[in-house]
Write a protein that binds this ligand. Structure first.
Ligand SMILES: Cc1cc2nc3c(=O)[nH]c(=O)nc-3n(C[C@H](O)[C@H](O)[C@H](O)COP(=O)(O)OP(=O)(O)OC[C@H]3O[C@@H](n4cnc5c(N)ncnc54)[C@H](O)[C@@H]3O)c2cc1C
Length: 449
């Protein structure tokens, strides 16, 4: 078989596709190295990922593959994640742990949850049931066919909604949760039982929740090691090759250096809004579909700190508006290799909406103020490295137009044998494991065509 398949992008999705195809492909990446979003940066003796990148596994196959690619350079960790609100730390997830918060808030949350559970309990007379959704994954917990705010209120009640879920999600997504659908949930938001929540309201419960209560991370070298492991097993990869035009009618890609590559099938992991800019004139209906895609951007400050006692936690969520960041992670607590001796590091995550311009200098100074206000650092002289990373396409927004827009886009591209893949090609909320598995799927589908 000739190299009929072209893969654009050497992030984990592109690498996994290449790895699983084994032959008959060529891979092109605009950067000088592989990994895409799952890459590490090295400064002043510190190793920073673009943003915290922890490995979670739902499937044995992915775990075995990643372990093999990392050749033993992988360690498990039991998550220690917390929420900081009203001046207190409570364990994540909030909906199962509000022990330690002021008593009126605990009461509010519990009462709201009980009312929500009662409202969801089917009564003898079906007309009186207050169930408002009828989703396929309903399972008596509020259903996932409505908007995200409704799902939160129906599932957890108004206390948990107003004291954590809604403020946090507003801060993170940068839009009203009622504008989001529930299509992305897929187990990302754990739903504890009433008994578990009561236990976590009256005591410091350490019960693990959610698919990510354990995670894995390379012992050395940061998350880049994973892409490096793939690259060792992938042939025919070309770097510094930026696609500037994709002529879908002629089945050709033009690169920035003027070279042209023709394809029979194209797997592209380029973010969809950028892909659209590369295509040769597409019909108006398709252009409209691309223009409907919305996203949340992430601005991260990776900091090297001249102290080693910053926090013993893995990461902390900040739902309140009194600080600009929504989460801080402490990578030295899951890999001793990422900071020099006697030092530690932190990633400070902020989100913004692409509709509104942001002043990055202000974000940096606001973040430092927040770090002082919350007692993470006492003086900004403790910061010896501050490395900003700006991720334009952070998270695809699941609004009510997304599904239909994607349908139009993928249908159109398929006519030219173009297969958008990966987190930003599929325009989905995908983890590293998800894109690795998707790479395997697309490789298998292409091989059998
Ligand atoms: C803030 C943040 C935190 C995350 N944290 C986690 C986590 O803790 N755990 C987890 O499992 N997942 C996490 N993820 C998700 C994870 O990063 C992604 O699922 C995965 O890395 C996506 O891989 P990809 O190959 O689909 O996309 P990308 O990594 O974006 O790869 C696309 C590649 O295409 C290349 N490219 C783009 N345009 C062109 C062009 N014109 N020509 C040639 N090449 C081009 C890019 O340079 C890039 O290398 C996080 C994501 C974000 C944004």
């Amino acid at each position: 078989m000739k190299e009929d398949i072209v893969i654009l992008g050497a992030g984990l999705a592109g690498l996994s596709t290449a790895y699983h195809l084994q032959k008959g492909y060529s891979l092109y990446e605009m950067e000088s190295e592989p990994g895409g979003m799952a890459r590490s940066l090295y400064r002043g003796g510190y190793t920073f990922d673009y943003d915290g990148h922890l490995l979670h596994f739902r499937q044995e196959y992915a775990f075995k593959l990643v372990s093999d690619l990392l050749g033993g350079n992988l360690a498990p960790h039991k998550r220690s994640s917390w929420i900081y609100s009203k001046g207190n730390f409570t364990r994540y997830p909030f909906q199962a742990n509000f022990y330690g918060l002021p008593k009126p808030i605990v009461k509010d949350c519990l009462l709201g949850l009980i009312k929500a559970k009662l409202a969801l309990t089917p009564t003898l007379s079906p007309q009186k049931t207050q169930r408002v959704f009828c989703g396929e994954r309903e399972k008596g917990e509020g259903g996932t066919n409505g908007n995200f705010e409704n799902w939160i209120r129906k599932t957890f009640g108004n206390g948990i909604a107003d004291n954590f879920m809604l403020p946090y999600n507003r801060k993170f997504w940068r839009i009203e949760p009622r504008e989001l659908t529930c299509d992305w949930l897929d187990g990302f938001v754990p739903v504890p039982t009433l008994e578990d929540t009561i236990t976590g309201a009256i005591s410091d419960s350490t019960k693990p929740y959610g698919y990510n209560s354990r995670f894995w991370y390379p012992v050395k070298g940061g998350i880049s090691e994973l892409a490096a492991g793939f690259l060792d097993r992938v042939k025919n990869a070309h770097f510094n090759k930026k696609a500037v035009t994709i002529d879908q009618y002629r089945h050709e890609i033009i690169f920035e250096d003027g070279t042209i590559k023709s394809f029979k099938k194209l797997v592209t992991t380029i973010p969809l809004p950028e892909l659209f800019k590369l295509l040769v004139k597409a019909p108006e209906r398709v252009r409209d579909a691309f223009s409907m895609l919305r996203f949340t951007s992430i601005f991260i400050l990776n900091m090297g700190i001249k102290r080693d006692d910053l926090s013993e936690k893995h990461w902390i969520y900040y739902p309140e508006d009194n600080v600009v960041f929504y989460r801080i992670g402490f990578p030295a607590n899951f890999s001793m290799d990422v900071a020099p001796q006697g030092r530690t590091s932190a990633y400070i995550e902020m989100s913004y909406s692409h509709d509104k311009e942001i002043n990055r200098d202000m974000l940096t100074s606001d973040a430092i103020d927040g770090l002082k206000k919350t007692g993470i650092i006492s003086d900004e002289n403790e910061i010896e490295v501050c490395l900003p990373v700006d991720i334009k396409y952070g998270y695809a927004l699941y609004d009510c137009n997304r599904k239909q827009a994607l349908h139009v886009i993928t249908d159109y591209l398929k006519r030219f044998n173009i297969f958008p893949t990966g987190r930003y090609g599929s325009w989905r909320y995908m983890s590293m494991e998800d894109v690795i598995l998707e790479g395997r799927e697309i490789a298998s589908a292409l091989r059998s065509q």
